[in-house]
Write a protein that binds this ligand. Structure first.
Ligand SMILES: [Zn+2]
Length: 369
């Protein structure tokens, strides 16, 4: 009897449990569907990047901001406050149409958990004023508590303002992608084609919990660029393009030797070139693809020269932020594009003092054709 009573108790308990599970499943699914209904509709196309109605498009390149360095010291947070002043002044003086970050946005190896907080802090002045941006990551952006993917997710939380992407998860690095650039909107054109392409590569690097990471643009990325640029060329024809990544390729060492002797080259030359560890052929690929006009890098904070590799302009940007090594005057590089004359681009450095320096190509010099 006790035995059958025990069984009855167990069966009652099982029934109660079943009813409880059924109710909780029902309620959970209800709350999920309510949640789902409030999420924005996915796959909404992001607005294209276009020249304005006057045919102009101005980019400001911010390099090596190094936010979040040494957060438990006095000087670390003080540096971030100064970096924000540099950013706000540059935005006010230049009012760009588009912003590009060329790596080392933060000093990730010194981050505590929640390192992405600093991504949000550095993006705040851009988000507040509605500036759109795209970025590549540098060797200092990661650390034991911060991954490239976490940074990407933090950036992408700003929706349409962020154009940073990872187009192929099987490629080493994250920020390997391109943005097609269009003329101002025109109702009379039915099948619109871009007028320009901006390429972004991840030169990787840095140290995380697994140790030192590869410090170069992977050869699979170079191969992807070769194939993709050929595909775009067959679809859209040869388009002028700009290229952005963080660590200079090895060719920059030789190019730096030419800066002082080539009268067409100009800018700040006060730092060593510390190039990518491997030469995976990115410069050759860029040169052979055709259409590549200018390459912009950061990484070596005291270099801000522009010179040439074959027919391609190659430019460094000095550091913009107060984190990271060096005491060179901070600055941003301004790339002023005119759709009527994409063959002849100009760029210059706007220093934190407000002074404009290093116009490139140099004025009053007859350029080679
Ligand atoms: Zn740096």
């Amino acid at each position: 009897m006790f035995h059958s009573l025990g069984l009855s108790i167990i069966s009652i308990m099982l029934s109660v449990l079943c009813i409880f599970l059924a109710v909780s499943t029902c309620c959970n699914s209800g709350s999920h569907s309510r949640l789902r209904a409030s999420v924005p509709i996915p796959n909404k196309a992001q607005p294209l990047v276009r020249f304005n109605v006057n045919g102009k498009l101005k980019i400001v390149q911010f390099a090596d901001l190094h936010y979040g360095e040494a957060p438990d010291t006095d000087w670390g947070p003080a540096a971030d406050i100064k970096s924000r002043r540099v950013i706000e002044d540059a935005l006010q003086w230049e009012n760009p149409d588009f912003v590009i970050f060329t790596g080392d946005q933060v000093t990730g190896e010194l981050m505590y958990p929640n390192g992405t907080d600093y991504i949000h802090i550095l993006l705040t002045p851009f988000v507040e004023k509605g500036y759109r941006w795209a970025s590549v990551y540098g060797n200092h952006d990661i650390g034991p508590n911060l991954t490239r993917l976490e940074i990407l997710q933090a950036e992408q939380s700003y929706g349409d303002l962020c154009y940073t992407k990872q187009v192929r998860t099987d490629l080493p690095g994250v920020t390997n992608y391109f943005i097609p650039i269009y003329a101002a909107e025109n109702d009379t054109i039915e099948e619109e084609q871009p007028v320009m392409i901006w390429w972004f590569f991840d030169s990787q690097g840095g140290r995380n919990q697994f140790g030192q990471q590869p410090h170069y643009i992977d050869q699979n990325v170079v191969e992807w660029f070769r194939n993709e640029s050929q595909r775009l060329r067959s679809e859209w024809g040869m388009l002028p393009s700009l290229v952005f990544f963080h660590i200079p390729p090895q060719e920059y060492v030789t190019i730096q030797d030419n800066v002082l002797t080539n009268q067409l080259c100009d800018g700040l030359l006060d730092d060593d070139v510390t190039p990518q560890d491997n030469n995976t052929g990115i410069m050759e690929a860029l040169s052979e693809a055709g259409g590549v006009k200018t390459i912009f890098v950061g990484h070596d904070h005291g270099n801000a020269w522009c010179c040439f590799y074959k027919d391609i302009e190659v430019c460094y940007n000095r550091h913009t932020g107060y984190g990271g090594y060096g005491t060179w005057t901070r600055g941003v590089r301004v790339i002023d594009l005119d759709i009527r004359n994409l063959e002849n681009r100009t760029n210059y450095v706007r220093l934190e003092t407000g002074e404009v320096v290093d116009n490139f190509p140099r004025k009053n010099v007859s350029l080679r054709t």
